[in-house]
Design a protein. Structure first.
Length: 66
């Protein structure tokens, strides 16, 4: 079962911690920021601390108006 990008509905890796594809992620945050977000979320996931991570980037995302 695969996940879909919450913005463009494109299929993304199910292991992706963020429900946003590379295109949308990079388009909004830029390569550097996007990879940083992914890394932080993966770190959080590894620590079983994914409680608030799903909202961190999304709030930012909405603010910038995709
Ligand atoms: Zn997308």
């Amino acid at each position: 079962m695969s996940k879909k990008c919450i913005y463009c509905k494109k299929d993304i890796h199910e292991e992706r911690v963020l429900d946003v594809c590379d295109v949308c992620g990079v388009g909004v945050w830029g390569h550097k920021m996007f990879s940083t977000i992914i890394k932080k979320m993966e770190d959080a996931r590894d620590k079983d601390d994914l409680v608030s991570t799903n909202t961190i980037g999304i709030k930012d995302f909405d603010k910038k108006k995709f």
